[in-house]
Design a protein around this ligand. Sequence first.
Ligand SMILES: O=P(O)(O)OC[C@H]1O[C@H](O[C@H]2O[C@H](CO)[C@@H](O)[C@H](O)[C@H]2O)[C@H](O)[C@@H](O)[C@@H]1O
Length: 271
Amino acid sequence: MVDVDTPPRFSRLPEPLVGALRELARTPRLLVALDFDGTLAPEVDEPDRARALPEARAAVLRLLGMPRTRVALVSGRSLASLEHVSQLPDHALLIGSHGIEIRLDDPADHLSLNTAELKRVDLLHEVLAEVADSIDQVWLEPKPAGFALHTRLATEHNSRVAHLVARSEAAAELDDLTVRNGKNVLEFSVRSTTKGEAIEHLREYTRASAVFFAGDDVTDEDGFAALGADDLGLKAGEGSTLANYRVKGPTEIARALSLLADLREGDVHEQ
Ligand SMILES: O=P(O)(O)OC[C@H]1O[C@H](O[C@H]2O[C@H](CO)[C@@H](O)[C@H](O)[C@H]2O)[C@H](O)[C@@H](O)[C@@H]1O
């Protein structure tokens, strides 16, 4: 930890992270890519009610206003849900459904599933709805290319049963499904795109010289795996990770983003 003379935003963040943020802020073209739930927004029981912490939101808005700096949210949520909970201006880049849905600067870019995929989504719905309907406090969140089976409010036993049954029933009816474990959620998709591919796409699109990516969940590991030597990966919370730095949770992520905004502001105004 840094010493008492350090300004408040620098304190309580690990010193190596502060150094890495300082270095990153000097990069010519910065891409700030952020997971939403569990990273910008603390977890809540109703996904629709999740919101970024005020300090995180303020930092994101500052970064969005800076030259040579782009901000992207890279989420497992559907794009519509991500737009609803994040409420960011149009020049924020949004990636939904773990990389399947993309909203860049051209609003004409839309996800279109082919007929075979649409049929698979329908069949998947039949299978998973039956599981959700039969187990207390288990519910389905629809997405364009699949579903999230939520078990947050279910008992541990019911949650385990729901995951097992949903996995096996879905596999019996549909081959080549993408199934992802998340926090109190099991996600099924008819497409296999990952957050890693999304970050690669964003890196190319923004011509970023370095990327900051923060995430908290298992699916964010694909994003961390896509980072290189000049990038910075920041994991929120516990669990094994490929990220090179870790903080406790959304409060510290917000603090790191505020610091990055301060440092970047200084750098872009110096030039
Ligand atoms: O990639 P993310 O932005 O982290 O999205 C992952 C999933 O987030 C949402 O579910 C999670 O957050 C909910 C609200 O805090 C919580 O109730 C749930 O238990 C978590 O799994 C969202 O509903 C999913 O669609 C996202 O894939």
